[in-house]
Design a binder for this molecule. Sequence first.
Ligand code: ZN
Length: 140
Amino acid sequence: MLQDFYKETVLDHYQRPRNRGGLEGADLESHLSNPLCGDEVTVYANLQNGKVAEVKFEGRGCSISQASASIMTEQLLSKSQEEAEAEVERFKAMIVGKEDFPETEDLAALKGVIKYPSRIKCATLAWTAFQKGLEEQQKA
Ligand code: ZN
């Protein structure tokens, strides 16, 4: 369904997910599911000196949801909390076509999703889970 060029990167992240696994006692742990598609994602992160020191995910579901989670961990690692929050907002704007995708990053591989509104929730699942986890962590 996605353009071939992008599909390759999505498949690569789906088949060889980066930073997959749990983090015991992580500062941030957040689970979300997408019943429309059957996707499940749990995002874990440790914050150190205001930075995302570690970020991992566990999950199952369609290639877009899992590849997007994998790409997200690479995008958010080592970012400051503020940068990570901004990155999530930017991604959510990109996926609905409100902001341009950067051409050079793996993130651009998800660009094709814009044409398939029913898949947007798949693509944003992990990102929303991270955002939710961060909010909960800040309240604690
Ligand atoms: Zn899905």
